[in-house]
Design a protein around this ligand. Structure first.
Ligand code: ZN
Length: 430
């Protein structure tokens, strides 16, 4: 068990890294001229506000998403430096039951498909609180998590998951490779979207990957985001939004070939891509790769107009949600929220929904309870608050966990309460 130590992030923080005049594609460098969607100004969606800071100023940054006309990478500029975002990041994955199940299934699946064992080495990039690597630890497979948020890395170490508190990229990969470390399995779940320099990140993967190693990367699928209006998954921490076609180009540019892809239901519809060294011919390219590539081309993902149409769809979704809230408030109904996820904050800020519509929200994470949502200052309570106050409607903000939450909240029917989801379009659940 090496690397049971916490490193400090040494890069100098920069207050504001973006410049509207010189925006260029983070993958191919082409000047960005096309808007995908502009969600206005919003605070960092994980910056929950404490009671002491409730009367202080709050920083708002643009949520203006652009699309590159050359490689079709949908992207946000680095309006906020990653140090500012990640040094005290509130998101601890372990609080969602379905996400833990997903992680456990993943570990089983990788071991049965590729035969990893005690001689293998598994590296997870942006390993969070060790929610996933704990399943490899239980199987006795050596592993290492790399996690930039120091407070989160500390939680992983306490659980017995070896973790290095660092940003991952070419430099970190070289340092590990110099120590003789190469990864038989390297994974990054919902991390690729969160790195400002995707080329540096993927180059690091190439360096740290064993000659016959496998990389798996999961990210929300842009095709599903657009089909299902998931504009609330856009936030400052998510710099990039990938189609399969664009992700393939980014890996190819670093000498990595995508040899398989799976479509997963997580986060509203994600892709899990499988990469290997271009020169590793032990793993043939699956027909699923060709099929998805064709499907995206047929859906217009290589035409700029397809992307430009998205903005209008988002405005319609906002109007429908507001219409619903205005009509139930006119009837004198009480509306509460469930969950305080990042996506909820994008939605509420963009739609201008504050305590006037949503009296409060609840969350299972003790870290968030007692705090207030960024921007809207809606208070966050323990989930028991719902039973105490018996609201007429409960708006489920993490709609991607709709089924799980629906079961947890089945008791609201006792007083005739109803559950509502805002996305893909506002819907009162039966
Ligand atoms: Zn580009």
């Amino acid at each position: 068990m090496n690397h049971q130590s916490i490193g400090e992030v040494t890069e100098t923080p920069t207050a504001w890294a973006g410049d509207a005049r010189t925006a260029s594609c983070r993958f191919c460098g082409t000047a960005l001229r096309h808007t995908f969607v502009d969600l206005g100004m919003s605070p960092l969606c994980e910056s929950y506000v404490s009671l002491e800071k409730l009367n202080s100023m709050e920083a708002f940054y643009p949520l203006h998403v652009q699309v590159c006309e050359n490689c079709y990478l949908v992207q946000l500029q680095e309006y906020v430096s990653r140090e500012e975002i990640f040094t005290d990041y509130a998101y601890l994955s372990s609080y969602s039951d379905s996400w833990l199940q997903h992680a456990s299934n993943y570990a089983d699946q990788m071991v049965s498909r590729f035969g990893f064992d005690k001689r293998s080495f598994v590296v997870e990039l942006a390993s969070n609180d060790g929610y996933l690597l704990q399943y490899f630890v239980r199987k006795g497979i050596p592993c290492l998590g790399i996690e930039p948020a120091i407070n989160v890395a500390r939680v992983a170490l306490e659980k017995g998951v070896p973790t290095l508190a660092k940003f991952f990229g070419e430099q970190t990969a070289r340092e590990l490779a110099t120590e003789g470390k190469v990864a038989d399995l390297m994974l990054a779940n919902n991390a690729l979207a969160q790195v400002p320099d995707v080329n540096d990140f993927v180059k690091g993967m190439k360096i740290l990957l064993a000659p016959r190693g496998v990389v798996t990367v999961e990210f929300p699928h842009l095709m599903r985001l657009m089909e299902e209006n998931q504009f609330d998954t856009i936030y400052h921490e998510h710099f990039s939004y990938f189609s399969f076609l664009t992700s393939e180009k980014i890996f190819e540019a670093q000498g990595l070939t995508l040899f398989d892809v799976e479509e997963l239901p997580t986060h509203g519809g994600s892709l899990r891509i499988y990469a290997r060294h271009a020169e590793d011919d032990s793993k043939p390219v699956s027909p699923r790769v060709t099929e998805l590539r064709q499907r995206e081309i047929a859906a217009g993902f290589t035409e700029i107009a397809t992307y430009s149409d998205f903005a209008e769809q988002v405005k319609k979704t906002k109007r429908k949600l507001l219409e619903f809230l205005i009509s139930v408030k006119r009837e004198g109904k009480k509306v509460a929220g469930y969950g305080a996820p990042g996506k909820g904050n994008t939605l509420l800020n963009y739609c201008g929904i504050r305590c006037d519509f949503l009296e409060y929200t609840v969350d299972r994470s003790p870290y968030k309870q007692g705090k207030f949502l960024p921007g809207t200052h809606i208070p966050i309570f323990h989930p028991d608050k719902i039973r105490e106050t018996k609201p007429d409607y409960v708006l489920i903000l993490p709609w991607n966990l709709k089924e799980e939450i629906r079961q947890q909240l089945s008791y609201v029917r006792e007083w005739g309460g109803r559950l509502v989801v805002p996305i893909p379009t506002v819907e009162v659940l039966a």
